[in-house]
Design a protein around this ligand. Structure first.
Ligand code: PLP
Length: 413
């Protein structure tokens, strides 16, 4: 984007913001198109910009901020750890590592965890685990393993992951691509059945597709994938980086269907909105295929990450955030549902997570996001025509209503 377009969408009289926008424009790679708001502070569901204006956070860092900004329990855990030890590398053990691994495994009903940092790393790790498992346990011939994925997926930005993206913008100019992936339409279990061969290591899927527009698959899809994986000796890998950790009203989005995956990729909210923490969790049979030197990360599982992650796990173990997401989510969906025919074509989602499909011919997702920002509510379009609503799970009903009122007003114009 040009600085001229930044300036025109910048609310009047924002000299401080304008300076920062110019710096970003000049010195940062243009790999994002942020709304022209420059945040200086945040607390709970609120962010304050450099000009002192307050904004209600209706995006929650794409679910990285499920517990809101600077949750006191998480800040206390991080602060306490900052006073002890922050980094050891995995060359040595540290006393936050084992407890975090154990409690994360217990919370997710799994046996072992592999700690990484970003979501993309967790997905990459799951791919490596599935391939290694296929060669060692399933007996797939060397270098011939296949992974079945879904169209419109979002699993991250690495070269291997964009190799099986169906988003041209994410792929164009970044080849050559990694082979070994078969793409099937999302929600189509028959296509997955047809794609599975003796060389299939895994089916990798988002139980709800976030970036695609908060798309919930047809009823029975995940169950059928589970059955197919059982029938053919294939791992079911659920990318719950955005959908997991209470966002949909259950700990994991797969829980809505009573489906257990063999591997879960977790990230985003696992870091409590403080630092990147990701993990692959699953059985000893699968995680056990890794030997020293075969995979790793300098920062993965560092003491600070483990201290914060452990507190996240303990907060989730209370069930409070899942319940909030269910209850407030029912209210959110009831109210957003009223917008269908009033600026919205469809509302999808689960729990405190919604994709508002904008009516064709009306304003774009970007325009709606900008108008909402001018009204003190920050959320962001995904695709061109969907508004993604994902407030922190700590939001109050009054704050939630305030944000929904703003969406209602903006869509009615
Ligand atoms: C955000 C996301 C990722 C990638 O996470 P990063 O931390 O940005 O690398 C992967 N999968 C899903 C479903 C996501 O939402």
């Amino acid at each position: 984007m040009t600085s001229a377009s930044t300036a025109t969408t910048c609310p009047a009289g924002t000299t401080r913001s304008a300076e920062y926008l110019r710096l970003d424009e000049t010195y940062s790679a243009h790999n994002y198109h942020p709304l022209p708001v420059v945040i200086a502070e945040a607390d709970g569901a609120w962010m304050t910009d450099v000009d002192g204006r307050r904004h209600l956070d209706f995006l929650a860092g794409y679910s990285a901020l499920n517990f809101g900004h600077r949750h006191p329990r998480l800040v206390a855990a991080a602060t306490e750890q900052l006073g002890r030890v922050t980094l050891t590398s995995r060359a040595f053990h540290h006393d936050r590592f084992g407890p975090f691994c154990r409690e994360l495994a217990e919370l997710t009903g799994t046996e072992q965890v592999l700690l990484m940092n970003s979501g993309a790393e967790a997905v990459e790790s799951a791919i490596k685990l599935a391939r290694k498992w296929a060669y060692q346990v399933k007996g797939v011939p060397a270098d011939r393993a296949e992974i079945v994925v879904a169209g419109s997926n979002f699993h991250g930005r690495t070269t291997t992951i964009v190799s099986f993206s169906t988003d041209d913008t994410a792929r164009a100019g970044f080849g050559p691509f990694t082979p070994g992936f078969t793409i099937t339409p999302y929600g189509d279990a028959d296509a997955v059945a047809a794609a599975i061969t003796e060389r299939t290591a895994a089916v990798l899927v988002e139980p709800v597709q976030g970036e695609a527009g908060v798309v919930v698959p047809p009823a029975g899809y995940l169950r059928r994938l589970r059955e197919l994986c059982d029938e053919h000796g294939v791992l079911l890998v659920a990318d719950e980086i955005q959908s997991g950790l209470a966002r949909t009203g259950e700990l994991l989005a797969c829980d809505h269907d009573g489906v257990r995956a063999d591997l879960y990729a977790l990230g985003k909210a696992l870091g409590g909105g403080i630092l990147p923490v990701s993990a692959v969790v699953g059985s000893r049979e699968v995680l056990g295929v890794l030997r020293p030197g075969e995979h790793g990360s300098t920062f993965g599982g560092n003491p600070l990450a483990c201290a914060v992650g452990l507190e996240v796990v303990r907060m989730l173990a209370t069930g409070e955030y899942q319940a909030r997401s269910r209850e407030l989510g029912a209210h959110l969906h009831a109210r957003l549902g009223e917008l269908v025919g009033r600026g919205a074509a469809e509302v999808r989602g689960r729990g405190l997570w919604a994709g508002v499909e904008l009516a064709p011919g009306g304003p774009t997702g970007r325009q709606v996001s900008e108008r909402l920002a001018a009204n003190g509510v920050l959320c962001k379009e995904t695709q061109d025509t969907t508004l993604r609503v994902a407030p922190p799970l700590t939001i109050t009903r009054e704050e939630l209503d305030q944000g929904i009122d703003a969406i209602t007003d903006v869509l009615a114009r």
